[in-house]
Design a protein around this ligand. Structure first.
Ligand SMILES: Cc1cc2nc3c(=O)[nH]c(=O)nc-3n(C[C@H](O)[C@H](O)[C@H](O)COP(=O)(O)OP(=O)(O)OC[C@H]3O[C@@H](n4cnc5c(N)ncnc54)[C@H](O)[C@@H]3O)c2cc1C
Length: 450
């Protein structure tokens, strides 16, 4: 039986980040079932045909050049006492230390009709290829369920391919976990301008159809028809090839460990800040773990590559003798809706007000000097804990990319900079890249706190 000092189950960003840091310091094996690790964030843009599907595939060299073995297989059982992993391919590997990095699976709610042909989820290479194939066959009608970042990016991709596209969410505004409705007027308009039919405020009750999904029944009784009504059922679905994609969230991929002694919660494997599980020499990283918000200390979903990667790097550092503790999720994130770039970190105003006494500050400037031809609007909202003066969250909508601004705000939260200390932070300015030296979006929002 092959023995590994470090055996990793899973080949996603958490696993890759880990093996890149530990390199050849240990004999390491990575068990990964898929042909390719994916750049998931780029999947909607492959559907949009902005990039070929192949560009979303990561190179195996990322793992191999780090010195690890890539074992193309699926783990089917773990004997934690004997320290042995069994695979579907019939192999067994023993380990000194095991790292679980099995990620998350997309949620497909068990609704009537959710098993009908034409109903998809959107996470894996197989999902992306299945969706691409239906589009190639000439699909003309689609609905995306879930108006979070993935749902919005996918809905825009489908609309850009000429499909009549519906976007459904039980929340009353788009991006409900990312920003407050008052920040989202422009982005919502962009979706409408792109021809996307918005159905907000009501959930999906059922999916209807005979051979294939044809319509969506909402909880308020409304029915969204995804096929033309002027011909028989079988020919109308053949013509329109309706499709429904669920983008309503992820659940940890931990079924393999049900019934074992590994402690797990609703959101994943329970770990401490060193990524140690309840079983000695077994660690877990990435989307498969349950962790809390670094801001509130409450359990919080954080299924993001930008959380999975630091967990992998931190565990690698500790395996090499370091002593670093993971602080929790800040959930800095960004997306693009038409001409608007939207980003956020931490709590929205709505989330913060239900927990703390808060101060809120807003600012609206331009992305460049307003006299420059490219000047576009940029809006920022910051939410501060009134008692501690610490930032709880921020959200930004801008005509220019916002990821760097989100990161600046995340850093302020992560390193405990008080709002009052931000009023005089030192910034840069240039006609093409910022507002006039006379003002800065963040400082402007901080001065507005009330
Ligand atoms: C469409 C889309 C867009 C996204 N956009 C963003 C974004 O813009 N920014 C961002 O930060 N995040 C984004 N994410 C989320 C991000 O992709 C995930 O948070 C990240 O992939 C988690 O990494 P991971 O390594 O923990 O898990 P995963 O990437 O899910 O990898 C898990 C691995 O474990 C393997 N595995 C599972 N079970 C077994 C088993 N039994 N045996 C062997 N291997 C197993 C899987 O096959 C897979 O290789 C996006 C996700 C999607 C789907």
């Amino acid at each position: 039986m092959q023995h590994y000092e470090i055996l990793v189950i899973g080949g996603g960003p958490a696993a890759i980040s880990l093996v890149k840091v530990i390199g050849t310091h240990f004999k390491t094996g990575v068990i990964r079932p898929e042909d390719h690790s994916l750049i998931y964030c780029a999947m909607p843009y492959a559907i949009e045909q902005l990039i070929p599907v192949q560009k979303t595939f990561k190179r195996d060299e990322l793992v191999l050049s780090a010195g690890a073995d890539l074992l193309r297989d699926t783990c089917s059982a773990v004997d934690f006492d004997a320290k042995v992993v069994t695979t579907l391919g019939g192999e067994q590997y023993s380990y000194s230390k095991l790292v679980v990095a099995t990620g998350a699976k997309p949620v497909l709610p068990p609704l009537p009709g959710s098993g009908l042909p034409g109903v998809h989820t959107f996470k894996t290479e197989a999902d992306m290829l299945a969706l691409s194939a239906v589009l190639e066959q000439g699909a003309t009608h689609a609905a995306v369920i879930g108006a979070g970042a993935i749902g919005i990016e996918l809905a825009q991709a489908l609309a850009s391919r000429g499909l009549e596209t519906h976007l459904v969410d039980i929340a009353t505004s788009i991006l409900p976990n990312m920003a407050d409705p008052d920040m989202l007027g422009g982005p919502t308009e962009e979706l409408v301008k792109a021809g996307i039919h918005l159905h907000l405020g009501h959930g999906v009750a059922a999916l209807n159809g005979t051979d294939r999904v044809e319509s969506i029944q909402l909880t308020n009784g409304e029915e969204i028809h995804l096929a033309q009504d002027d011909c028989s059922t079988s020919s109308k679905t053949a013509q329109t090839r309706p499709l429904v994609v669920f983008a309503v969230g992820m659940r940890p991929d931990i079924d393999l460990f049900r019934g074992s002694t590994l402690e797990m919660g609703r959101q994943g494997i329970i770990v401490n800040g060193r990524m140690e599980t309840s079983i000695p020499d077994v660690y877990a990283i990435g989307d498969c773990v349950q962790f809390s918000s670094a801001i509130t200390g409450e359990l919080q979903p954080g299924k993001l590559a930008t959380n999975a990667v630091p967990m992998g790097k931190l565990l690698a550092k500790n395996l090499l003798g370091g002593n670093v503790e993971y602080q929790g999720f800040y959930n800095g994130a960004a997306t693009k809706v038409g001409m608007w770039y939207v980003g956020s970190v931490g709590l929205t105003e709505t989330q913060a007000r239900s927990r703390y006494p808060v101060l809120v500050g807003e600012a609206e400037l331009t992305t460049t000097f307003p006299i420059m031809p490219e000047a576009k609007a940029a809006r920022l909202k910051v939410v501060v804990n009134k008692e501690t003066g610490l930032l709880l969250g921020a959200q930004i909508t801008s005509g220019a990319p916002v990821a760097d601004k989100v990161d600046q705000l995340t850093m302020a939260i992560q390193y405990g900079i008080k709002a009052s200390d931000l009023e005089f932070f030192s910034y840069s300015s240039q006609p093409y890249q910022s507002y006039y030296p006379a003002d800065n979006l963040l400082i402007h929002a901080i001065k507005d706190l009330k």
